[in-house]
Design a protein around this ligand. Sequence first.
Ligand SMILES: NC(=O)c1ccc[n+]([C@@H]2O[C@H](COP(=O)([O-])OP(=O)(O)OC[C@H]3O[C@@H](n4cnc5c(N)ncnc54)[C@H](O)[C@@H]3O)[C@@H](O)[C@H]2O)c1
Length: 334
Amino acid sequence: MERVLVTGGAGYVGSTCVARLLSRGFAVDVVDDLSAGHADAVPTGAALHCFDIGNRRALSDLLSSKKFDVVFHFAAKALIPESVRNPGVFFDVNVASGIAMLETLRKHGIGKFVFSSTAAVYGDPLTVSIAEDHPKNPVNSYGESKLMFEQILRWYVSAYDWSVVAFRYFNASGGASEWGERHDPETHIIPLLLQTASGRRSKFEIYGTDYPTPDGTCLRDYVHVIDIAEAHILAMKKLDTSGFHVYNIGTGTSHSVQEVWRISQEVAARNIPAQSSARRLGDPAVLCANPTRLTEDLGWKPAHSDLRDIIRGAWDWEKVQHSQAEFGMKAAER
Ligand SMILES: NC(=O)c1ccc[n+]([C@@H]2O[C@H](COP(=O)([O-])OP(=O)(O)OC[C@H]3O[C@@H](n4cnc5c(N)ncnc54)[C@H](O)[C@@H]3O)[C@@H](O)[C@H]2O)c1
């Protein structure tokens, strides 16, 4: 049985990937410092090792205790507004700690690696549909840190014969009653809308209604986290020979903020109060993947990424979160 080391496996995308790996019969160990993740998000069957990826001693001890075939690297600082305010932390975790981890893996002879990169490496798009060879001009330190780490990995491939797949995700989304997005602070549109629908927030903010798009709001490409997890599993076949492979993960279809708002109201069957405000710095009008390389090369299909289905699953999750929050408040009152 192949054993996969998943960093950041207590987070949103990583924990979904762990569940898919376990269901396919892989053995999984998670390294997560729980700085943004949740121990209870780690699926049963995976061992959680709670330490920082930059902790060479702890990682080395783990790698000596078990033989790992592949590493899936999700652990990162990933909140864009924070990356604008505090870039140092992003380079520290996403680059410096990442290098400490790579060097430890190298000393233990592990060279099969899948990296969670991001569409933020492209910056303001020059074309509507973004292919992997689109120029890279990140507009925040988050995107820059991910691009730097991609470049570092290219050197590991050329010098040490590693096999690396880097995935540039567009908008990861979706959930189910048992699992879903739990970021703090939450900055992603679907959970923000649904938390407003459940009453956990008072209103939803629409940043910019004067974009050059059909309804004036931004367009984004929403891809279900299960489809992201499936891409990771498909990627394993690329890891038998050395090389650096980069793929976008997105559907190739984009939806406006207005549309996501409307469908969220339909799914939740209630009004979601919203308010228009000014554009945010660094928010491009349209972000849409060209996923041709991923579909042709790995046979990937966005089977779970219909927007209404994504929102339905996320709403199931939000209903559970809302009742747990209410239960917690009632218990505190007693
Ligand atoms: N969610 C998205 O829409 C999206 C889009 C593009 C790329 N990504 C990338 O996907 C990955 C996962 O994103 P997510 O939304 O699941 O984020 P998340 O914050 O839910 O998960 C990240 C996990 O990494 C852990 N972590 C952070 N720093 C660590 C460290 N130094 N050592 C050990 N663990 C650490 C956190 O505790 C958390 O559990 C990230 O690399 C992110 O950049 C996410």
